[in-house]
Design a protein around this ligand. Structure first.
Ligand code: GDP
Length: 312
């Protein structure tokens, strides 16, 4: 089993490749729920849904989130009722949130509910939220503290991020079976996700970081930062305003002690000695996933890295 730590769109694109180069049922995905939110009383898990929709072949190829060809009649009707509609929820997408909320109201766990959604949409990999407990990413900005979706969607990630907090993380527990999956893994993969707000919340759940530190298998990360810039999203800006080094090396520093092999873009070749100094083996390739071929090539490289490192 390969255990993959995943955020949203960056992770989902990589996992789309990974589940095509290894058997999908051999992939155990640990999803970030720090971005979860409640809208119209519905529990929304954006990162879990992005991964599930992508692996189910339903994702909107333009945004990477939401469902392809979805309609927005429900949202329009909610607007007519005087509700705010800045969080784009399509009609078919709403069905997922209604179903999830209903299961949670009946007392089911988020992990069980997520497994049902994934299975019913035809996903063969395990998709596991990092925790069944409530953890919420809060972003500190000059305009005050913002919940993640207000910062990210409503205010379009325009605020300067001066601090991050994962509310509830200290008391949260890893989802059932998650630590066992890490202990028994053939390899651990850090998807090309935002290291601060996508992977950060996962590592903040007590027990997960330690389990990875004590791993008995190779651990591989793919840098989401290429040539000092994020392919998409606020990762680079955030790293800068939080006083981190804005480069793949900055990402590697966040993962020090957790990762054995670090895959980064060939444009960052000059970082090789510094990555080695952190105790990681650098592997270079074109890491931009333009389409299906590049997604698979990147996934294949990550799997090879796991196997090669195991053989050492
Ligand atoms: P989000 O929660 O939807 O923002 O998604 P993630 O955290 O999973 O992924 C966001 C990160 O993925 C960003 O920092 C991007 O730079 C990175 N990313 C997106 N596409 C690619 C790609 O093709 N290659 C690499 N290496 N990184 C990517």
């Amino acid at each position: 089993m390969l255990v993959a730590l995943a955020g949203g769109v960056g992770a989902a694109r990589f996992l789309d490749g990974l589940t095509k180069v290894v058997k999908p049922e051999e992939v155990y995905i640990v999803g970030n729920t720090g971005d979860d939110t409640e809208i119209y009383g519905l529990h929304i898990s954006p990162d879990l849904d992005t991964v599930i929709y992508t692996l189910a072949g339903l994702a909107n190829p333009v945004h990477g989130w939401g469902i392809q060809n979805d309609t927005f009649e429900g949202l329009k009707a909610l607007g007519a009722l005087g509700q705010e509609t800045w969080f784009q929820l399509g009609d078919r997408d709403l069905a997922t949130h209604i179903f999830r909320t209903n299961c949670l109201l009946k007392g089911e766990t988020l992990s069980a509910t997520t497994a049902t959604i994934a299975r019913n949409l035809g996903v063969q990999s395990t998709v596991m939220p990092m925790s069944n407990d409530r953890v919420r990413t809060i972003v500190r900005t000059p305009a005050g503290k913002l919940d993640f979706q207000t910062y990210f969607v409503r205010r379009q990630a325009k605020d300067e991020v001066v601090g991050i907090k994962f509310q509830g993380a200290a008391k949260s527990r890893p989802a059932p079976g998650l630590l066992r999956a890490i202990r028994n893994a053939e390899g651990i993969i850090f998807c090309p996700s935002n290291p601060i707000i996508s992977v950060g919340p996962i590592l903040a759940v007590p027990g997960i970081r330690t389990a990875i530190e004590r791993r008995k298998c190779p651990s591989v990360a793919i840098s989401p930062i290429i040539g000092g810039r994020a392919v998409k999203g606020p990762a680079a800006n955030m790293m800068e305003t939080l006083g981190m080094e804005v480069s793949a090396l900055g990402v590697a520093k966040i993962y020090q002690g957790l990762v054995d092999v670090f895959i980064l873009d060939e444009t960052d070749k000059d970082l090789a000695p510094a990555i080695q100094k952190l105790g990681m083996q650098p592997v270079f390739m074109d890491t931009i996933m333009r389409g299906p071929a590049e997604k698979k090539a990147l996934a294949r490289k990550a799997v090879q890295a796991v196997r090669k490192y195991r053989a050492l």
